[in-house]
Ligand binder design. Sequence first.
Ligand code: SAM
Length: 217
Amino acid sequence: MKQRRSALPPASAALLAAALLWSTASAASVPPQDLDARVRTFLDQREGRWHDLNIPAADGRILFDLIVEHGYKRALEVGTSTGHSGIWIGWALSKTGGRLITIEIDEDRHGQAVLNFEEAGLAGRVEARLGDAHGLVPKLQGPFDFVFLDADKEWNLSYAKDLLPKLAKGGCIAVHNVYGRGRGWTREYWDFMSARTDLETRVETRSVGGLVLSFKK
Ligand SMILES: C[S@@+](CC[C@H](N)C(=O)[O-])C[C@H]1O[C@@H](n2cnc3c(N)ncnc32)[C@H](O)[C@@H]1O
């Protein structure tokens, strides 16, 4: 029988495995002051170079402030893409001691996001899941106190209906890209969320891409 040959000699394979283990462990345990510098450097180096439908940095900053101000810890993102918003959310969670689950259906984008979380030093805060959120979201247990919906917009209302029972008191569901879309999903989403008496829903007017925030009373 023909034996399968490893592409690397055993010593190199062992070295590679050790290096991978080291980088994973170090990413999960970056001291807070080093982490800030690492995330800032990462974001600075990539400024203006996010091209996978990622949110603008100004909106990332809004998400960051929201999470830190409210002390949110259990975060969910639907629509990771290559991880720009996930980096801002994960960075904020490093201040509150929280964690993020983020879901992406596209394998290449998911893979790039995983590398980006690692490089930014946030791999220990972010669990990146590859899959279709239509199937994954209803199965999530929760509770969550921060949810960012930024995937297939026509499904936002369905995601929100699934997630509202799993949203903690005081928690927030944020949806992106509401400007310039006064009909269709935005109207339907807005009408449903703003009519609910257990929610306080408003547009975050400082947002570049358009954010609607709904807080559970
Ligand atoms: C607007 S982009 C997300 C940008 C990301 N939040 C950021 O700012 O870096 C939307 C992403 O949602 C993903 N997506 C669309 N439908 C999805 C689904 N059903 N499940 C999971 N991801 C989905 C797309 O592949 C795309 O990468």
